[in-house]
Every structure is written in C-alpha cells, then in structure tokens.
Design a protein around this ligand. Sequence first.
Ligand code: PMP
Length: 441
Amino acid sequence: EPDAVLRRQRDRESSARTYARSFPIVPVRAEGMVIEGADGRRYLDCLSGAGTLALGHNHPVVLEAIRRTVDSGAPLHVLDLATPEKDEFTDALFATLPAGFADHARIHFCGPAGTDAVEAALKLMQTATGRRGLLAFTGAYHGMTTGALAATANVAVKEPVAGIAADVTRLPYPYPYRCPFGVGGERGAELSAAYTERLLDDPAGGVVPPAAMILEAVQGEGGAVPAPDGWLREMRRITAEREIPLIVDEVQTGVGRTGEFWAVEHSGIVPDAMVLSKAVGGSLPLAVLVYHEDYDGWLPGAHTGTFRGNTLAMAAGTATLRHVADEGLAGRAATVGARMTARLEALRAELPAIGDVRGRGLMIGVELVDPEGAPDSCGAHPAAPRTAADVRAACLKRGLIVELGGRYDSTVRLLPPLVITDEQAEAVLDRLADAVAEVSS
Ligand code: PMP
C-alpha cells in the first residue's frame, strides 16, 4: 500500500528529510532512467540520486560486478585491508585521473559519503599546512557535517547550527546571471578573480591564513553554474603563487557528467586534491580523497574509520568507471547536454518565466524568474522559487522527476544519467516545457 508506506515514513523519519516530501512516490523498481512507483506509475528520473547514477539505475555492468563479487565469496567488509577489489578500483580510478595528477596521486578511502571526503580534505590540508582558515565560494555546497557545512554557503542550513567553524573567507563565485559585481559573463568572472587576489594580499582583509581553497568547477546544488575556464585557471594561479592547496570538489561533477571525465579537464587545471563520491561508487556508497603525494603527511591512524571502502561499492565503482571510459560516455554527455541546452535556450525565448539556461554536459540548470519584476543591473529578473516548486510538481504529474537548487531554490536542475537516450532527452524537455507553460500561463 504506497500511501501507508508514505504515511509511516513521514511519521517515523526525521523531519530533515526533504526528498520524500517533494516526491510522494514509493519506488519499487528502476532501470536506466526510469523509476516505477508502487502504484505502477513510471517516471523519467532526472535526479539520478543527486547525480550519483552515471549509468542510470541497475545497469547490467554494475549488477554483474556486484553479483560476481558476492558469488566469489570475497569478504564484504574488512576495514582498510588490501583486497583485490580495492586494488582494481584504485587502478581504474587512477587510469581516469587528469594528466599531471595521476602520477603523483595518493588515495584515501573516506566514507562513505561525499561530506566525509570533504572533511578529510580539509583536515589533511590543515594538518599539512599548519593553517586553519579556508577559502570557499558563494553558492558552494560541500556537505552537511560541520567542517563541510562551514565550506557550504547556504546560510539557511548553517544558521541553526551554533558550532560551525568560522574561519571561512567567502569569495564571489562567478555566477554570470546574477553577477556579484553587477556585470555578467567573462567580465564578471575577471572581477571575481581580481577581487580574490586583492583580498588575499590585503593585510587588513580579515583573511584567516588559509589551509586550502575549495571549489566546484560547476556548482551543483548552487544551481548548475559552470565557472569559466579562465577563472578556474586564475584560481589555480592565485593559489599556487601563495602556496595554498587547491581542493576541487568533484563529488557531483565527476565521472563524465560535465562532458569530460572530470570537470577540471575543461580548463586543464591540476588541483592539489580532488574530492570524489556519488558516481564513483556505481550507485553504492563510496567516497575517496585523491591528493598530491607532497601532502601525504598524516601519521598512521590520523584519519581512520570503520567503513572506508566497501567491497561491493568498490566493485560497482570499478565497473562504472571502466564503462564510462570505454564507452566514451563523457563525450555522449557533452553531445546530448549541448542539444538539450540548445532546445532549452529556444524555449527561454518563448517562455519569459525562464530567466536563464546554463550548465555543462548533463548538469543543466533552468532558472525560473518573475518576468514582471524589475531586472537587476545584470538584466536578471527576480528569482521565482514558488514558480520553480510548482514546475517541479507539474513535472512529477507528467512523470518527470526533477529537483530544485540554486541560491533562491529557483533553479530546476537536470541530472539525467549519461545513458539517457535521444528519445528520453526529448521526452524530458517536452514534459518540462509543458510544465513551465502550464505553471506560468
Ligand atoms: N560536494 C558536492 C559538490 C555535492 O554536490 C554533495 C552532495 N550533493 C556533497 C559534496 C556532499 O555529498 P554527500 O551528500 O554524499 O555527503
């Protein structure tokens, strides 16, 4: 009885859970990008476990890897002992790492969530540099544990927590649509980089000496906002010149989603550390920190934990990494993503409630606005979170799961699996277009 399941979950589960409230469905089966509810309804899933499912639900190569591992009698959990599955996963991962990074890389199995890997990265760099500050960006999302939450920008989720470390210097992320400097596009990004550099060199700038800078090459929860490549190269230069380790959070952007295997590859920057989770576990929980060997200063036991790489997750992750690489699925994400974005751009010209369309590969954001409201100095109309929530509901009614994000919860985010077919991509856009037209008419 789906309704009874929903009711019981609502009564017993923490009120912090949001997904269950936004999507009152009880999934019982799934394949590819289709989820089937207990009531028999089918949905196209553009949430993909918040970007986790690079290969969609229950991909045969992932299922095969899990089955093979279970049937082999391998121990499913052995703390951090050296298993063949871990060896294979590390091989598969290192084979995908950006040029210039893999040769000097160390891996630390964190676990099992993205936020754990962020914590590990911050702590590692604080240990390595002896500094305690952190440079992070407006619109950033890095997780919900207290260290990662300190790096996260959204005040609404931070304010109720009294004890978050306060040594973060918040820097302006280049968000061309609502540029913090009042000009959009590349010029706004240049100003953001110039401001960052000046602030770091200002003895009265209030910057606590930073152990690291952490950034997303494309902000995910922040509303699918890609940083210009030139800006990323500037951040690399600025941090390198000041010996500030650069941590790139590829939890959501990684494993082909943005059209390259890793999002840093678009700009060619080589970070000092990368934080990985979501798709690297092939739909099972896994998170790792990879970093330059120069920072490998932890003493044995400095950052241990019980669940640090589960055998099945490593097997599922290996299969996923190999399949994405062998099948060129990052390239496919680039092609399909570009087509979807182009159609959404055309839709924007017809529907004034769509203020901005942006993204990279299959990480796409559609920002909804109040077209009647006065535009700001960048020409952006006021954000419309109510419209966005109504669009999400109208999509669900049409059998399409999309999630919201962005500064004002006004951006519809599309994170389909990389195996989305051309027909599915068209169906997603048909339903979304219909939903926006209905809500904004
Ligand atoms: N970093 C980024 C960029 C993310 O998108 C997320 C999750 N949305 C996290 C970190 C945190 O990962 P988790 O939810 O697994 O803790």
